[in-house]
Design a protein around this ligand. Structure first.
Ligand code: PLP
Length: 447
């Protein structure tokens, strides 16, 4: 057993403390300025819902390293599995001499992803790499080139995934030219739908299909790639039924429906995958973040006929499906199953949403509360009627949370969304304490 870490917030110094500030100075001298840090406390140890920094501060974790440490920071099953695997071997390259762990992860992905049809999987290192490979497969099997992505979408930072990502600053600014044959449709964004949320499903669907019909051509379209709940774009949650509608339309036209579940996957939203909520079965699904408790791993899972259509050697990579990462994934999935973390995600929603509702009632600056399970967000506006985004208040609340030892994240195209992604093993006491800090942060920022 590794040394436990008391699940208690401790503020030993100002945030960031002196040792973190020393490290931040070294960071500035050694690390590219292009790699930013949201909350520059340097972490020394982490367990469940607590991060301890080099100054002895213990912070409450509402970010889980961007939805990665879903099974809790420092999960014991993962520590054991990784330790065992490292002692056996760390790498052979699956394409050279394979090993069982990779196959076992693929079997689990095939079993847990939506649909009970025959499936295959391939493993990679990052979410962006998984999205790139899903697009490669879609183009290869359809013989078509066009890819449709959405406003507010985020798919990664490689050249192709930058093209698919909507937001310019910071992801794309002066990094072009971008990969071609990527087209963008409006996202079904109920809160900001011009004619009102009640028209969002119909009109967003209409806008998508008209765009494809007039600007691309259905017969030229390989795939529609969508996050079932958008991540970096602001936890935009389409109306129930929208995804199913799009998936049906794709099927009619021989277009593949690709769900990018890199952020929503693996128990985060209270289901194994966010598509489960809508009963949608994607042709291909990309996974990463929460899959392996912090070890770098990603997957593409899909219909066997599609995944097997690619020639041998067409997919892969030196490190893809690394055995240590696979061991972590198996331990992580086992934890989600045994500890019923999907139910826990729903319970977290039950604790957090009423508190966010109370916050919205108290201050007239929260225009929308959205998301599902332990993937929740509030959208901050300067007035409820005009819905003017309020990134300044969002930053002020975020800073006030950080100063009190609560690790929070913002997101959204307009920088005005506050998101909650706690590890699912966080206790109710820490969860409630974090929400109390959030209350105080709003009071401070609005004073
Ligand atoms: C984070 C993210 C990616 C990119 O994953 P990386 O591992 O950072 O490459 C892709 N899609 C979605 C939906 C994401 O949230």
């Amino acid at each position: 057993m590794s040394e436990p870490l008391e699940q208690r917030r401790i503020l030993a110094t100002a945030i960031p403390g002196p040792r973190s500030q020393e490290l931040a100075a070294r960071k500035t001298a050694a690390v590219s300025a292009g790699v930013g840090t949201g909350l520059p406390v340097y972490v020394e140890r982490a367990r469940d819902g607590i991060l301890r920094d080099v100054d002895g501060n213990q912070l409450i974790d509402f970010g889980a390293g961007i939805a990665v440490t879903t099974v809790g920071n420092g999960n014991q099953r993962i520590i054991d599995a990784v330790t065992r695997q490292i002692q056996d071997f760390t790498h052979t390259c699956f394409m050279v001499t394979p090993y069982e762990e990779y196959v076992a992860v693929a079997e689990k992905l095939n079993e847990l992803t939506p649909g009970d049809h025959e499936k295959r999987s391939a493993l990679f290192n990052s979410g962006a790499e998984a999205v790139e490979n899903a697009v490669k497969i879609a183009r290869h099997v359809t013989g078509r080139e066009a890819i449709v992505a959405f406003e507010h979408g985020y798919h990664g930072r490689t050249n192709l995934t930058m093209a698919m990502t909507a937001k310019s600053m910071p992801y794309k600014h002066r990094f072009g030219p971008f990969a071609g044959e990527v087209y963008r449709a409006p996202m079904a964004y109920p809160y900001r739908w011009a004619t009102g949320a009640e028209h969002c499903l119909e009109e967003a669907f209409e806008a998508l299909t008209t765009m494809v019909h007039t600007q691309v051509g259905e017969e030229n379209t390989a795939a529609v790639v969508i996050e079932p709940i958008q991540g970096e774009g602001g936890f935009v949650t389409p109306p129930d039924g929208y995804l199913a509608r799009v998936a049906d339309w794709c099927r009619e036209h021989g277009i593949l429906f690709i769900a990018d579940e890199v952020q929503t996957g693996f128990a985060r939203t209270g289901d194994w995958f966010a598509c489960d909520h809508d009963g949608v079965v994607p042709d291909l699904i990309t996974t990463a973040k929460g899959i392996a408790g912090g070890m770098p791993l990603a997957g593409v899972t899909g219909r066997a006929d599609l995944m097997d259509a690619v020639h041998s050697g067409g997919l892969g990579g030196t490190y893809g499906g690394n055995p240590v990462a696979c061991a972590a994934a198996l331990a992580s999935i086992e934890t989600m199953e045994r500890d019923d973390l999907r139910t826990r995600a729903k319970a977290i929603e039950g604790v957090v949403v009423p508190r966010l509702q109370a916050l919205a009632d108290r201050h007239g600056v929260i225009g929308d509360i959205r998301g599902r399970g332990a993937m929740l967000a509030i959208e901050l506006v300067s007035d409820l009627k005009h819905k003017t985004p309020n990134p300044a208040l969002t930053a002020a609340v975020n800073n006030a949370c950080h100063a009190e030892g609560l690790v929070t994240l913002t997101c959204g195209t307009f920088g005005n969304v506050f998101r909650f992604l706690p590890p699912l093993t966080i206790g109710d006491a820490l969860l409630t304490e974090g929400l109390d800090i959030l209350d105080g942060a709003f009071a401070t920022a609005l004073a």
